[in-house]
Design a protein around this ligand. Structure first.
Ligand code: URA
Length: 237
């Protein structure tokens, strides 16, 4: 694949903009400016190919898989109504190449958010048919009690649903802290379930999706690429 196509595939703008980046000597390979957009990178070296744009190093990735520790006050939409978008926390190349959220979190929910431009991956983790457990920590307004926990485990009927929805796990971690695991990804699901059980969510944080937990070293607002081990953990879900 030639350098111009590589830059285009990684989200550095239109083909013309990518050619201009190269012509303006803003692209380097192994530290030296590369001024020929037709420079060929052979397919056997492509998967480890690194290049610099304006001094920042990028590795070629056929597909992008990321984890973001979502802060409060960010919407998962590209076109947010009232807050900033989570896409403001990423380099512009990532939304440009089609990276999207793998399911949505409410603007006030924090924690584990996956993003990708791999449609099959997004579908696998958002399809209602593929029941991937998602673990949330909810801080509640009122103290938790056994009746609420049983209601959540046995199923609560949410407005607009024909069947009760049961949590696959509901544990009390503290007087006001509930660990809730759910298989679905319905609109405001955790908040609505907790309300239906007779309490109210004051704060919500997602800790885990399937076998993959929010990395401890990822501060709020930070993102990183998912590596092969992370993807294997997720795919085991
Ligand atoms: N359930 C909710 O109520 N909100 C979220 O952001 C995620 C799950």
């Amino acid at each position: 694949m030639d350098l111009e196509r590589i830059l285009f595939s990684q989200g550095f703008g239109s083909r013309r903009q990518c050619r201009a980046l190269v012509a303006d000597q803003r692209v380097s390979i192994a530290g030296s400016p590369c001024i020929n957009p037709a420079t060929e990178i052979t397919s056997d070296t492509l998967s480890s190919f690194e290049f610099q744009v304006d001094g920042t190093t990028w590795r070629y990735r056929e597909k992008a898989y990321l984890v973001l520790n979502k802060p409060p006050g960010y919407e998962c939409s590209r076109d947010p109504q009232h807050h900033l978008s989570v896409f403001h926390l990423l380099p512009p190349q990532l939304p440009e190449r089609g990276v999207q959220c793998v399911g949505r979190l409410d603007q006030d929910t924090t924690g584990l958010l996956l993003l990708s431009d791999d449609g099959a991956f997004v579908h696998a983790f958002t399809s209602p048919k593929r029941k991937v457990p998602k673990v949330y920590l909810a801080t509640t307004r009122h103290p938790l009690d056994d009746a609420q926990l049983s209601a959540l485990r046995n199923g609560v009927l949410l407005h607009g649903e024909s069947q009760p929805i049961a949590a696959v796990g509901a544990k009390q971690r503290d007087e006001h802290v509930l660990e809730l695991s759910v298989l679905e990804g319905k609109y405001h699901q955790v908040k609505r379930m907790v309300a239906a059980a007779g309490n109210r969510v004051e704060k919500l944080h997602r800790e885990r999706i399937g076998g993959f937990g929010l990395p401890d070293d990822l501060d709020e607002g930070q993102w990183r690429w998912l590596d092969d081990a992370d993807l294997a953990m997720l795919r085991q879900s």
